[in-house]
Design a protein around this ligand. Structure first.
Ligand SMILES: *[C@@H]1O[C@H](CO)[C@@H](O)[C@H](O)[C@H]1NC(C)=O
Ligand SMILES: *[C@@H]1O[C@H](CO)[C@@H](O)[C@H](O)[C@H]1NC(C)=O
Ligand SMILES: *[C@@H]1O[C@H](CO)[C@@H](O)[C@H](O)[C@H]1NC(C)=O
Ligand SMILES: *[C@@H]1O[C@H](CO)[C@@H](O)[C@H](O)[C@H]1NC(C)=O
Length: 364
């Protein structure tokens, strides 16, 4: 299981610019609580809609394409985007347009390695080196001669590690090797290295990699782990784990990784209002608090979780889809999704004001 989060950068509204804040909903009092930024995992269920559509909501600073689920130990690396497209027949190539679209809206798009299923593991230093080069040539700034570049000339913004199989070998090498390749980019472009450890500290799979201090953003999964996640009414376990993570990663921004609905994980779901009143005030004391990560776009689309917050610094270019507007006609197609039975539309149960930020318009 994976979680994800977001990033932030202030929305530029300088000069003769008119910013329109559209108040979409209604309802009672609310938290117009602000979240620094939100990152989100996309790619494991076709019912979540396209990558570009996710970016167009303007709610996410970073989208993690899930997953490169086969790699290492002599295996040919393989992508898996569930029902979105079939990598082996080449029909994921059109994702290049979505990636470019997302980036033009200011959303960073990363490729996530690992996931809860698949077959992966690094067997040696040279295995790590080989994978780093493969990733650089196929998805980032490199251009190996034999490179197939699944997304053509689209250049991703970085690599995310969601390693869950408790074998931590050589991911520290991978982090070192990716970082050196990043630094060699001819155009001086900047790439990100991110990771999604689980909340028990240190992480069984990513501990040594994270100890390199080379990661930009780390989204810690505070779910499916009762020992360190939020316990209804008691933020103590989460707080102790959070403080450990935030202190251990001074050079990274640390995100609170959460399920985007109660169906998105076995445990660890936090109601948005509880998040705002009990949890955010605890985690945002850390100077390296970065925002929240959500697993996943599928669940966020259905629940409207991310819509409960004002998000600092994202470009919102589209109003949210009609199905998510409270009082609207309900949250469509998820309920029929085979992997997420019985998703209840959160939006209708939460008395909250929904803000969405439309782009700024020049008025001169
Ligand atoms: C918003 O989008 C513009 C390009 O349209 C980009 O230059 C800018 O960095 C983006 N801002 C944020 C906060 O993502
Ligand atoms: C986990 O990693 C180990 C070490 O590389 C590997 O042997 C094993 O097959 C991996 N398991 C899965 C499910 O990928
Ligand atoms: C990869 O990283 C390891 C250290 O973890 C280092 O020994 C090796 O030289 C690196 N390889 C390259 C090609 O940078
Ligand atoms: C921390 O979160 C609380 C609750 O959402 C908010 O009121 C406060 O302004 C936040 N502080 C910072 C520094 O973000």
């Amino acid at each position: 299981m994976v979680v994800d989060r977001a990033l932030n950068s202030p929305m530029a509204c300088g000069g003769k610019v008119l910013c329109i804040y559209l108040i979409l909903a209604h309802a009672v009092a609310a938290s117009s609580a602000t979240v620094n930024s939100i990152s989100i995992y996309w790619g494991q269920n076709v019912y979540e809609g396209s990558l570009a559509k996710a970016c167009r909501t303007g709610r996410y600073a970073m989208v993690l394409m899930a997953f490169l689920s086969v790699f290492g130990s002599g295996q040919t690396p393989a992508l898996n985007f569930a029902g979105h497209c079939n990598p082996s027949s080449g029909d994921c190539a059109d994702l290049r347009y979505d990636i470019i679209d997302c980036q033009s809206m200011g959303v960073k798009v990363l490729l996530s390695l690992g996931g809860g299923a698949g077959s992966y593991g690094l067997s040696s230093t040279s295995d790590a080196e080989g994978l780093a080069t493969y990733l650089w040539d196929n998805f980032l700034g490199g251009s190996g001669k034999t490179s197939l570049r699944p997304f053509g000339d689209a250049v991703l913004d970085g690599i995310d590690l969601d390693i869950t199989n408790s074998s931590s070998s050589h991911y520290d090498d991978l982090a070192h090797n990716l970082t050196s390749l990043y630094k060699g980019d001819k155009g001086g472009r900047r790439y990100l290295l991110t990771a999604a450890p689980q909340c028990p500290y240190p992480d069984a799979s990513l501990g040594p990699a994270l100890a390199t201090g080379l990661f930009d953003h780390v989204w810690v999964q505070f779910y499916n782990n009762p020992s360190c996640q939020y316990d209804p009414g008691n933020v103590g376990n989460l707080k102790s784990a959070w403080d450990q993570w935030a202190q251990a990663l001074p050079s990274a921004s640390v995100f609170l990784g959460l399920p985007a609905s109660s169906d998105a994980a076995e445990s660890g779901y936090i109601d948005p209002q509880v998040l705002v009143s009990q949890v955010l005030p605890v985690v945002n004391r850390s100077t390296n608090y970065g925002g929240i990560m959500l697993w996943s776009r599928l669940y966020d689309e259905a629940s409207g979780y991310s819509m409960q917050f004002t998000i600092k610094g994202t470009n919102a270019s589209d109003p949210p889809s009609g199905s998510l507007i409270p009082g609207g006609s309900g949250n469509a197609p998820l309920a029929n999704s085979p992997t997420s039975p019985g998703n209840a539309p959160l939006a209708n149960s939460l008395p909250t004001i929904f803000y969405d930020i439309l782009p700024c318009f020049r008025i001169n």
